[in-house]
Each structure stands twice: as C-alpha cells, then as structure tokens.
Design a protein around this ligand. Sequence first.
Ligand SMILES: [Zn+2]
Length: 324
Amino acid sequence: MPRPLPADAKDLAVLTDDAVLGKAARVNGDEAHGIVAFTFDDGPNPETTPAVIDALEKYDVPATFFIVTQRIVGKHGERGRELLAREVQDGFLIGSHSVTHPNLKNAQGDQIAKEIDASFKTLAPAVGRPIGLFRPPYGALSGAGRVRLKKLGVTEVIWSIDTLDWRAHDADRLRKKVGSMIEHDHGGIVLMHDVKPITAKVIAQVLDDLEAANCKKLAAGADPIIPVSLHYFLKDGDGKKAQARAIPVDVDKRTAAYKAALPERCAKRPKEEAPADESAAKPASAAKSDHPVGDFGKRVDHPKPTPEPAHSPCLDNPLAIGCR
Ligand SMILES: [Zn+2]
C-alpha cells in the first residue's frame, strides 16, 4: 500500500509519490492477457456511481476510478467527496482524470498546471494518499504533458477495450458488446464511465455475464478471465526491455482468493442459467456460432489479439469519429 499522506503535504512530488502504482511505463491494456481490469472514468456522480460500486462489490471485482477533480470540490462536490471516500475505503484504486476534462493533446505549461498538477493537489489530500495514476481525457496527451507526468512519477493509463458506453442507447446491446469484447481480446483494460446512467444500469449484468462465462470455462477445463486490479498491467522500462512489475502481496492474495472462491460462486449460480452444453445445443445459437456444436466443452484456443486491434486508431487519434 502507498504510505499515507502527511497531513501538511503540499509539495506536488509528495502528492504523486506512489511507489506501487506510479513511475511505470505508459499502460495501454495489451501488457497482459487472460485477466481483465475494469476502469471507470469521469466520476464520481451521485446519481450513477453508487450502483457501479455496488455491482463491483457484489461480484468481488476490483476496479480503478479515474476522477474528474472538479466534481469533488466546493459545496457541490460534497456528495462526490463522500463517494470518493467510499471508493477509497472499499479498496478501489483512484487515479486522476484531470480537473475539468479538456483535451490535452496540445497542452503546454499553463494548461498542464491547471489540469494535471491541480488535479493531484485536490485528489491526493481527498484520498489521503499519493496519486500515482493519470488517465488523460480522450486518451490524448501532449508531449509536454507526458514529460510532466514522468517528472512527477505518475503512470499514464490508457485502455484496450473501449466499450463506447458513453454513446450507447441500448442497454442490452451494450451489455453483450462488453462481454464479447472481453472474450475476443481475452481480457485487457476495460474503459467505462460511472457517470453514465446506462453504465450504472448494465454493469451488474456485465459482471454477471463475466462470472457466467468464467464458470463455463471452469466447467470446460479452460482458464477463466480473472478480474484483477491495474497492478497486473504495470511494467517498468520501455519496449522489449520492459519488465512486469512485482504484484504486492495483498493484491496477489486478493486475486488468489477470487480464484479460489470462483468454483463455489459458480455452484451457487441460479440453475436456470443453461450450462454451456445445453445452450450450444440449441440449433438457433449453434447456427450463428463461430464454433461448431462439437467444439463446445473443449478447450478453445482464443485468437491472439491482433497487433492492431479494431479500436487502436483511437489511441493514435482519440479525436477520430467514434473515439473518446
Ligand atoms: Zn473521460
């Protein structure tokens, strides 16, 4: 755990001095496979964030909240601060998502100070510990912004699974899409927005689907896609020399406990959830499936994520149509 923040900490370097999460190479979600980390941006929102936290806790899923810090200041930020306190208390990771959520692709001195530095000055004291994670709004950050993060020792975190929940209108479609993206990429870092009513509405179902899919995998002797915290995606160094950062003991324990408890969770799942064999045997779904009926129950070789996933243009140019 990061060491607690001194009560009088004002120095930015102290506010961002997180040896566990900070100082890692830029994270894009391709660093690890077979695990999935959920991240929620733009909150907290008193109308929607509580349902997201409730769902995560019901399914024992870790997550990171990237906070827009103007939501936790002043009188109007009172409930936001309470929600942030709950997120911290309940063990979720917290990162900065800037002060006002501007596009920082051309950010220079003044804007960097107002949006990046100032966010840590608000967030670290509110959380009570240093902040080591920053997610640029729209995934866009200028070279000067990157230099600033590096100087502060803050890890820049992007994503690999862009659910586009912010523009979704059909809850059921969104739910299914998130599940199939996690499956297709065999895990990664999922981007969602806890400020969106549709996300608050579907997240429990998304997590239930993930659990159900994992139970099917277990039953078939395959490896489940384990929900984990961002720690598992952190690397030190660049390029081929990058080394996965060691997982803290308490984090590792939590993941192990989740894995150990999964068979029991599966056993407790409602029986009306058809097991894999039965659902596969339905002619309608079998006809649409990529896999012949006979393949169900066998270990499936997951297609390796392609080097250029379909959503990668958003990483290069988050302003492209459909990117955020
Ligand atoms: Zn955002």
